[in-house]
Design a protein around this ligand. Sequence first.
Ligand code: PXP
Length: 258
Amino acid sequence: MVSHSADHYLRLGVNIDHVATIRNARGGWHPDPVRAAILAADGGADGITAHLREDRRHISDIDIARLRQEVSLPLNFEMAATDEMLDIALTHKPNAACIVPEKREEVTTEGGLNVHGGQEHLKRYVHELKQSKIRVSLFIDADEKQLDAAAALGADIVELHTGAYCEAHEQRNADLRAKELARITHASSYGHGLGLEMHAGHGLTFDTVKDVAVLPELRELNIGHFLVGEAIFLGLVPAMQKMRVLMNQARAEAGEAA
Ligand code: PXP
């Protein structure tokens, strides 16, 4: 087991949205995302992420209430910057709130939040969440302008969108993969230099996690869809355990190389 006190420890946040997607395909209660969140501790997760979308396509309001009542792991509440979501966050007081862009018609969160162009709109949300002692995270593309804006707004954390990197990997486009990884690498050190706590996530798999997990400034990865999919083959806890091992190995190898 890796020491949690070491600066090198990289937290695993497990996103349970797609357990709810499967549940909602039939209605009813099975499979229960809260049960997945409870099991996540056995899989080596350090936190749970759940996105309450405006259209409630996966996670529901009751899930959020139950995650706070029944799960001891910290909750990272993903939310759009709307008054409805702000009220829900202030009611349940998650450990962190990650503000994401949200478009009704998208299949998943397609790009990062435009913090640079949206400061005026975002500032009240950041302020009210922080007033309530909820750590504020902004989900952004790996871009200096967005990082500068996030720091200026007083965000505690930024989560770098790894979707384009993972997509390039899936398309076997080595040049684009390297380019996207270089952007994430630069952004994680640039953001860290601004005093932001650096997280990353979206689309990560067993094949893509290591190159991101080695980045020394990162403190947390949030991973969901792949783990829930892989649970069909390996089981949920073994899938998380395998991800945890890969993250730990990447961290150890980076430490040895340093
Ligand atoms: N981080 C954020 C901010 C997200 O919106 C998502 C997807 O909901 C994830 C991480 C997890 O992405 P994935 O499900 O592709 O692993």
